[in-house]
Write a protein that binds this ligand. Structure first.
Ligand code: RIB
Length: 297
């Protein structure tokens, strides 16, 4: 099974703040650190660090060499990443005293993917392969159509959720990956079981992975619903916790089944939230295995 992740690559500027800045307010930050990030890059790293065969497609600007290098160092195949004029994408991230983040995105190169880059990447994939998508790049409807035509299974993490998503060919999605806010935006329902029920009714062919923050996570495959609580750990920074969860869950789903994949994904994201930053907080499979082997887990 090959996984193609067509997704964003960002430089994250992470500011430590007492609270996220409010409209009209000016505040000082305690520190600023640059990290590699982007939902796409984070998810590719998590998939690869969990052991999957991952290909990343997308665009970086003239300043994106470190983003490329990080993926390569973790075993992600980067042959479908193009360099375009102008800056790479970036994110301004405020992390408050409780480890919660607020993110402002600048799309940059992530929003300048040319149509021929889509054809070039998808040409090498087909029946049985997976396509992973988030919502931080341009051209998503076209990528979904082409991938579906080729028999690929589509995992869509509609994050950040915006008004464009309603126009995507959502009936072609095999797995939706949602948090509660995205679940509510997609289905109009607020409670986890109601979200799963409404999503299953609207997209009968699709399965749902629903992350619930401190309340754990659920995976729904038709009538079968699997749940897993969080592993409590000290929270330093929640950035990329969802990306880590997605990567570990899908890297291990076929090998271990949904219940075990949820357990590994929960452990991996518990480790991720205990470290500051995005990509750098994503653990390796060995670290997750050691964590799960501890008596309390
Ligand atoms: O999911 C976390 C990511 O969202 C950050 O790394 C940031 O770049 C944004 O894409």
């Amino acid at each position: 099974m090959k996984i193609l992740n067509f997704g964003s690559l960002n430089r994250d500027l992470v500011y430590t703040v007492d609270h996220a800045v409010r409209p009209g307010e000016t505040i000082s930050s305690g520190s600023m650190e640059p990290f590699c990030g982007g939902k796409g890059l984070n998810q590719s790293l998590a998939l690869a660090r969990a052991g999957a065969e991952v290909y990343h497609a997308g665009c970086i600007g003239s300043d994106g060499s470190d983003l490329l290098r990080l993926l390569q160092d973790s075993g992600v195949d980067t042959r479908y990443i193009r360099r375009v004029d102008g800056p790479s994408g970036h994110a301004i991230i405020q992390v408050d005293g409780r480890g919660q983040n607020s993110i402002l995105l600048f799309g940059g190169a992530n929003r300048r993917i040319p149509p021929e880059a889509v054809e070039d990447a998808l040409r090498d994939f087909g029946e049985g392969d997976w396509l992973v998508l988030q919502n931080e790049i341009n051209g998503i409807p076209r990528i979904m159509e082409r991938a579906h035509d080729r028999g690929m299974r589509i995992i869509l993490n509609p994050s950040p959720f915006d008004g464009d998503i309603a126009a995507y060919p959502l009936e072609k999605v095999s797995w939706f990956v949602l948090n509660e806010i995205e679940g509510e935006a997609l289905t109009g329902e607020g409670e986890p079981t109601a979200i799963l029920r409404a999503a299953a009714k609207r997209f009968p062919g699709a399965k749902i992975l629903l992350t619930l923050g401190k309340r754990g996570a659920m995976a729904a495959e038709g009538a079968a619903v699997y749940t897993h609580p969080i592993f409590p750990t000290p929270v330093r920074d929640t950035t990329a916790a969802g990306d880590t969860f997605l990567g570990y869950f899908f890297a291990l789903l076929e090998e271990l089944g949904p219940q075990e994949a949820l357990r590994w994904a929960s452990a991996a994201s518990a480790l991720a939230v205990s470290v500051k930053g995005a990509a750098n907080s994503i653990p390796r499979r060995r670290e997750v295995a050691d964590f799960l082997a501890q008596p309390l887990c």
